[in-house]
Design a protein around this ligand. Structure first.
Ligand code: ATP
Ligand code: MG
Length: 139
């Protein structure tokens, strides 16, 4: 176990539905620290970079148009084992499989609009923090 940083995001559906505060409250209640945070629109270029691993898959176009459909809240979150712990708090990708008590289990119903994002591994966290934030934006 070690203190890690992960990239977390409230997706456009979460912001539209007014769930930003709830999601930040869960992060803070867990004991994580927010090191950087901004409300922003994701450009098509940024979306294609962020979801580059999914390029060519049947859901890619829908994913890019969804993530660019409205503002998101992008965050760098720090804490003990933060990458895996935040993924556990988010729950399974498909809310139908997400356990009650997880964010997706409690607050989402469909795989297309699953409210939150979190990096899935240390290398991904480093890459995603780097494409969303300049080093000087971290406190
Ligand atoms: P995210 O990266 O968005 O946090 P995740 O890591 O849980 O989610 P990924 O496998 O990275 O899941 O997929 C990225 C997003 O693509 C998912 O959040 C989901 O909205 C969408 N997606 C993934 N698999 C499918 C699928 N089979 N059908 C439709 N949409 C999918
Ligand atoms: Mg992912």
């Amino acid at each position: 176990m070690a203190v890690e940083q992960t990239f977390a995001m409230v997706k456009p559906d979460g912001v539209r539905r007014g769930l930003t505060g709830t999601i930040i409250a869960r992060l803070e209640a867990k004991g994580f620290t927010i090191k950087a945070m901004k409300l922003m629109r994701i450009s098509r270029e940024l979306a294609e970079r962020h979801y580059g691993e999914h390029q060519g898959k049947p859901f890619f176009e829908g994913l890019v148009s969804f993530i660019t459909s409205g503002p998101v809240v992008a965050m760098v979150v720090e804490g003990e084992n933060a990458i895996l712990e935040w993924r556990k708090m988010m729950g399974a990708t498909n809310p139908k499989d997400a356990a009650p008590g997880t964010i997706r289990g409690d607050l989402a119903t469909t795989i297309d609009e699953n409210v939150v994002h979190g990096s899935d591994a240390p290398a991904t966290a480093e890459r995603e923090i780097g494409i969303f934030f300049d080093p000087g934006e971290l406190v």
